[in-house]
Design a binder for this molecule. Sequence first.
Ligand code: BG6
Ligand code: MG
Length: 220
Amino acid sequence: MLNCVIFDLDGVLVSTDELHYRAWKAIAEKLGVPFTRQDNMRQRGVSRMESLEVVLEKCPRTFTQDEKLALATEKNDLYRAMLTDLSRADALPGVRETLAMLRERGVVTAVGSSSKNTPEILQRTELGDGMQVVVSGLDITHSKPHPEVFAKAGERAGFAPQQCLVVEDAETGVRAGKAAGMRVLAVGAAKDNSEADFRFATLAETLPHWDEIFSAFEQA
Ligand code: BG6
Ligand code: MG
């Protein structure tokens, strides 16, 4: 049975993936290093410090741990300034409809994100109220592709991995969901990921297909 759907946050529920990109781009420009959308794809799902390494790998000089921490803080300050504009309207297309449909069908809805800014984003977009379980970067030691975030969310919800579906937009996130023994629905940037069990361009596109998704769980 499908009992619990665990949503990634950035790029799945809210378009904060774009804000992460803009904030890292500003840091890269300050350092004078090239930074592309493709580089940013590799930052999806991984922690702030691991994301910083993607920016620094094209930089000829080395950085001390203190310098790295200062750069990560600077990026987070820029990013958090952008978050102040977030509102209820910033939930991605199909998100509220999907959440309402799942709750109506008695499915537990959860968040599994590597971001330490998860509580603030959920609060500003008013998406937090309906989430029975939230596991974020504040609760984990290993970020995706390690399965910790999804394993913890499933455990807290009280369901076995086979009863959980992960919704992800990042390659690292798809791998984390599979490593947790869960099925994965890939959207957005991960929509063509062959490791995912279900693939759609947006959550809005999933809406007519949930009967098929539920039956795939029943046949297992
Ligand atoms: C993930 C993003 O959700 O959170 C990553 O996909 C980001 O790109 C990570 O690095 C950590 O985010 P934060 O908000 O704690 O810096
Ligand atoms: Mg994401």
